[in-house]
Design a protein around this ligand. Structure first.
Ligand SMILES: *Cc1c(COP(=O)(O)O)cnc(C)c1O
Length: 389
């Protein structure tokens, strides 16, 4: 029989019934340590009392009202994000692709409204991932994802990640801005080389371009700061967030400076669901945890613990593992076997991970992961690696 769910995913034959912290429990009662976190999304793990109670309480009051009315929880959430970042204004939506797509609209709109309507193109990077809408497929430019979905949306130019000479060569009279992930996630946990974001900022300032950061995966505390750019010494003009922002409830956000946001008056952009009371209750509950004193210190400490353990595993299993990359709790294991083989071996040892580009295995656990969880994960990873030697 044809699958009822459209067969766009090669799914593991595994279904989960419930979760507790960093653990997921399958229907057959097997327990898995969740170091994939629904692709870096279940930021507070599973069954987090603050998050589940906030969602339940809001669901009883009101789920949805549309953006035709004030939404105090959205105003509060936006104010909190503004207080922690470069941004002066926030637009809420429902996913990463939608946030990125809105960000591109805002870049173009700003150029059009400041007398440069011919500047419509964005410089993007090889190995990037920005989502699956038609425009974000073009921004991503992965031939595998584009196949059969032509014509490709125009307006995106690609250069090698980290290559400033190529960026400067690509800037032309139609360039409006630069769209970049501070750490490429799907591309293989590739951090921008030191100084690259600052060089991009300088180039944008020199040419009057806008710098738009895709922090859909690396944002919301994942790297040990609320956003990854906060470790770079620069600020962007726009930033997209999603994945972990509401702990698994679907939400996206576009953060922007006033110089950009002032061009987005009533009617210029919109969404039915974006920033509804339920989504904002979830995101405010996530921020309550992430912004609590000491929490991001814990994320950094767990990141260092994992990194040290992974380095030791690389030493111990040199025919399986080659190296470690990433920042905070956004880590990648460079594999000498197929990353999918290691992923499968980890699954068989009760550890969930996610494959990424460049034959890297991603470890992106919930941010609430404990020291004992990390020790257990390293133990299981060691057994999985040994099973492949
Ligand atoms: C996942 C991801 C997206 C797309 O997000 P969706 O919510 O799946 O649309 C965009 N950019 C980055 C960096 C991502 O990791």
């Amino acid at each position: 029989m044809f699958p009822a769910l459209m067969p766009t995913y090669a799914r593991a034959d595994l279904a989960f019934e419930r979760g507790e912290g960093a653990w997921l429990i399958a229907e057959d009662h097997r327990r898995f340590l969740d170091f994939g976190a629904g692709i870096a999304t279940s930021s507070l793990g599973h069954g987090h009392p603050g998050l589940t109670q906030a969602i339940a309480a809001q669901a009883q009051r009101v789920l949805h009202v549309s953006n035709l009315y004030r939404i105090p929880a959205a105003e509060h959430l936006a104010q909190r994000l503004i207080a922690e970042t470069f941004a002066h204004s926030v637009f809420f939506c429902n996913s990463g692709a939608e946030a990125n797509e809105g960000m591109v609209k805002m870049v173009r709109r700003t150029m059009a409204e400041t007398g440069r309507p011919e500047r419509t193109r964005l410089i993007c990077f090889e190995g990037a991932f920005h989502g699956r809408t038609l425009a974000m497929l073009a921004a991503t430019n992965n031939p595998k994802y584009l196949a059969g979905f032509g014509p490709k949306v125009d307006g995106f130019d690609h250069v090698p990640f980290g290559n400033m000479n190529a960026v400067r060569d690509a800037i032309g009279p139609h360039t409006a801005g630069i769209l970049v992930e501070p750490i490429q996630g799907e591309g293989g946990i590739r951090a921008a080389p030191p100084g690259f974001l600052a060089d991009l900022r300088r180039a944008c300032d020199e040419w009057g371009l806008l710098l738009a950061l895709d922090e859909v995966q690396c944002g919301m505390g994942r790297t040990g700061t609320l956003f990854a750019y906060q470790q770079s010494g620069i600020t962007p003009d726009l930033l997209s967030a999603a994945k972990g922002i509401a702990g698994g409830f679907p939400m996206g956000a576009i953060l922007a400076t006033e110089a950009v946001a002032k061009h987005l008056g009533p009617g210029t952009h919109g969404t039915t669901f974006g920033g509804n009371p339920l989504a904002c209750a979830a995101a405010n509950a996530v921020l309550d945890v992430i912004l609590a004193p000491g929490f991001l210190d814990q994320v950094r400490a767990r990141g260092e613990q994992l990194r040290a353990g992974l380095e030791a595993l690389v030493q111990a299993h040199p025919t399986v593992l080659r190296g470690v990359r990433g920042i905070g709790l956004m880590l990648g294991l460079e594999c000498d076997v197929a990353n999918t083989a290691l992923q499968q071996a980890c699954l068989e040892h009760g550890l969930l991970t996610v494959a990424a580009g460049q034959n890297v295995l991603r470890l992106v656990p919930p941010l609430i992961v404990t020291e004992a969880d990390c020790r257990e994960a390293l133990d299981r990873l060691g057994q999985a690696a040994a099973s492949l030697t």
